[in-house]
Design a protein around this ligand. Structure first.
Ligand code: GLN
Length: 411
């Protein structure tokens, strides 16, 4: 049997070919020379399968798609509050290279615009600038599951023309947002932007975020789940610069674009996506890339506000059985126990209380229990015991874990 996925991706790529407007970024001289007609698309699943189509071997610099990953590393080093003192999380509605800081605090508004990304780069721990850059590159490499390298020609070329980013560095230094030599921080940031990737690398990096911070191939946890949630939220609200609101309503996939023509997107719990085509629109986002992401979202139901399915009731069936010579009520549960599905179970117990003394909860078909649902279930069990019921819990897969609720009571 053949998988329909590669053919589908090839079709998405082909159907975007008609959108040939836009222009290759030329403010970085080395980028002006790329072949504008190269294009590629990749999708990586949370179990590490990668599908790539088009110019899948095209290597390009990561540019601003590096920003969420450096931000994640700074958050791991300093904590969410520590980073928050220096860089905000508010969408700026401005272009990526707008020169503006929050008037009262001097903080860049968010880490996805250049001012914020330079500040973030400076927050990453390291013995010196070189060590910081090495840690950042190692971090990206762990996400991509291969050693990534820098494109020195692109970095040097941007450094020569990097007056605007240098201006950010000096501005940030003048308000005390960054410490030490601002030129070294800007240089590090520009080098981080020159990490070389192909679409498959970006898709795997994104799939690691989709997978809650665990690299799907190596099984290594690279980020805390809480930090992943934070980074994805900022990508969702700020990742597409002044097109962020439009992106949220039409595509609805937390994403980050780069001036090399790539867009990386994360559908939590499902897939990492990457598209590449060098011609950019006036926001600095890839024209064909945007079209491909729109189609993926539309066809595959990948808008985050759509991808979340309504939780089913936790109750699969309620019936009576004979349990050791006594009639008992069995609540057969299934699926994932989250707040809403567990609430429906508890509502049933309250509105239609079990008529037998013994109550059996059968958790054998439950996949996972979230913390809030565990607490709710344990307190429901306690209150049944208080009402004089006897309790039996069957839990073949041990999903309930350690609780102080007895698995079997007599009285
Ligand atoms: N290195 C580029 C810059 O700082 C990255 C910008 C981008 O990809 N949007 O200008």
């Amino acid at each position: 049997m053949e998988s329909p996925v590669p053919g589908y991706l090839a079709d998405v790529l082909d159907s975007s070919a008609a959108f040939a407007d836009g222009a290759v970024a030329d403010y970085i001289p080395e980028l002006a020379g790329v072949d504008p007609d190269r294009a590629a698309i990749a999708l990586a699943t949370v179990d590490g399968t990668v599908y790539a189509q088009g110019d899948a071997d095209a290597v390009f610099t990561i540019q601003s798609m590096s920003k969420p990953f450096t931000y994640a590393l700074a958050l791991s080093d300093l904590g969410i509050d520590g980073v928050g003192e220096k860089v905000g999380v508010e969408p700026s509605g401005e272009a990526f290279n707008e020169i503006s800081l929050e008037p009262d605090t001097g903080r860049p508004r968010n880490p996805m615009i250049n001012a914020g990304a330079i500040s973030t780069h400076g927050l990453v721990a390291g013995a010196d600038a070189a060590d910081r850059l090495r840690r950042i590159l190692d971090f990206y490499s762990a996400f991509a599951d291969r050693p990534l390298e820098l494109d020195d020609a692109v970095a040097e070329s941007e450094l020569e023309e990097g007056h605007r980013n240098l201006a950010f560095g000096h501005l940030l230094r003048s308000v005390g947002n960054i410490e030490g030599d601002p030129v070294a921080v800007v240089e590090g940031y520009i080098r981080q932007c020159a990490a070389k990737v192909a679409v498959a690398d970006l898709a795997l990096m994104a799939a690691t975020l989709a997978n809650g911070g665990v690299q799907p191939r190596t099984g290594r946890r690279l980020l805390d789940q809480r930090i992943v949630r934070h980074v994805l939220s900022v990508m969702m609200s700020c990742g597409m610069y002044d097109a962020a609101g439009d992106w949220l309503t039409t595509v609805g996939i937390p994403s980050k674009s780069g001036v090399s023509g790539g867009i990386v997107g994360v559908l939590p719990g499902q897939v990492g996506l990457a598209v590449f085509s060098p011609r950019l629109d006036r926001h600095g986002n890839s024209v064909r890339g945007v079209k491909m992401m729109e189609r993926l979202s539309e066809d595959m139901g990948m808008h985050v506000m759509e991808a979340a399915r309504p939780a089913r009731s936790a109750i699969r069936d309620v019936h009576r059985v004979d349990y050791r010579g006594e009639e008992a009520t069995v609540y057969e549960l299934h699926g994932d126990l989250v707040f809403s599905s567990t609430e429906s179970l508890i509502r049933r117990l309250v509105e239609d209380p079990p008529a037998t003394r013994r109550v059996i909860f059968d958790l054998d078909r439950v996949d996972e229990i979230e913390d809030v649902a565990r607490r709710m279930a344990v307190s429901a069990g306690r209150s049944l015991l208080d009402d004089g019921h006897a309790l039996t819990i069957t839990d073949r897969n041990g999903v309930l874990g350690e609780t102080d609720l007895p698995r079997e009571t007599d009285a």
